[in-house]
Design a binder for this molecule. Structure first.
Ligand SMILES: NC(=O)c1ccc[n+]([C@@H]2O[C@H](COP(=O)([O-])OP(=O)(O)OC[C@H]3O[C@@H](n4cnc5c(N)ncnc54)[C@H](OP(=O)(O)O)[C@@H]3O)[C@@H](O)[C@H]2O)c1
Length: 247
């Protein structure tokens, strides 16, 4: 079992997380599906091979610790951590009016929760010969694209969500530099999946498609590429299927 790639995907009971579980399990990886509602995770995992489900609410420290203990006891290492769980709590609220509650909700999950989870799992990642941390970010977090009138995200306005993904990108860079400096064989990268037809933001996948969202397999393509290529030692990058994304 120890030779198998052990991969944890957070927020994996639906959307891109579930698609990542399906595609990476087909590639022979042992997947641990993090789901904040265990029963939803079990239902979603039905029929998929090489999958364990753990209850995992990224914003709940007890849940994060307990999931880490379960995985440590069973596998003793973690090769890939895909920080996929994420949500948007503010829509079109003016930056001059956005509530503190919305801002905090965005940051609690997409930034503070993600960092706490990553810190908790780092000792387990350090047991791997070559580990990867893949942070699912968004082009919505790119300052450069937010200022580019030609960009598909130029008109978006969700300052809490966008800032939480920009902040996540800085965590990617700084953690990558720290691990590299200390010679740990762990890469840390941010991915932009693009606008993808899931239930993200409360729309149905059909509604998202009508607005131009891409199919779900397109959304996970860059992550699958990175998660299956152990020759690629790039770290501190931000990319999508087209190549590098401007920070
Ligand atoms: N879809 C897009 O267009 C798009 C674009 C750019 C980036 N992204 C990013 O891609 C990632 C996946 O999004 P998606 O489109 O697949 O969205 P989705 O269909 O809404 O799925 C989000 C997943 O995150 C889980 N989640 C929410 N809060 C959580 C928490 N506190 N702890 C653990 N899990 C939690 C959800 O679980 P429940 O079922 O329990 O709610 C669900 O499994 C997110 O990080 C998102 O920001 C999406």
């Amino acid at each position: 079992m120890n030779n198998k790639i052990i991969t944890l995907v957070t927020g994996a009971n639906r959307g891109m997380g579930l698609e990542l579980v399906k595609e990476l399990s087909k590639k022979g990886q042992q997947i641990i599906m993090g789901s904040r509602d265990f029963n939803k995770g079990q239902a979603a995992a039905a029929g998929i091979e090489n999958v364990d489900v753990v209850q995992l609410d990224v914003t709940d420290n007890q849940s994060v610790k307990s999931a880490c203990k379960t995985i440590t006891d069973k596998y003793g290492k973690l090769d890939i951590l895909i920080n996929n769980a994420g949500a948007i709590f503010d829509h079109w609220q003016k930056p001059s009016e956005i509530s503190q509650d919305s801002l905090r909700a965005d940051f609690d999950l997409n930034f503070f929760g993600l960092i706490n989870l990553t810190q908790t799992f780092l000792p387990l990642l350090k047991q791997s010969k070559q580990a990867k941390i893949i942070n699912i970010s968004s082009m919505m977090g790119s300052m450069t694209e937010a200022l580019n009138p030609e960009s598909e995200v130029y008109r978006a306005s969700a300052v809490g969500y966008q800032a939480s993904k920009s902040a996540l990108n800085m965590f990617t860079v700084q953690l990558a530099k720290e691990l590299n400096k200390e010679n740990f064989p762990i890469t840390v990268n941010s991915i932009d999946p693009g606008m993808v037809a899931t239930e993200f933001g409360g729309s149905t996948p059909e509604q998202s498609k009508e607005m131009g969202a891409k199919p779900i397999d397109f959304g996970v393509a860059r992550t699958v590429e990175l998660a299956t290529n152990f020759d690629n030692k790039d770290t501190a990058t931000f990319s999508n299927t087209h190549g590098p994304v401007a920070w």
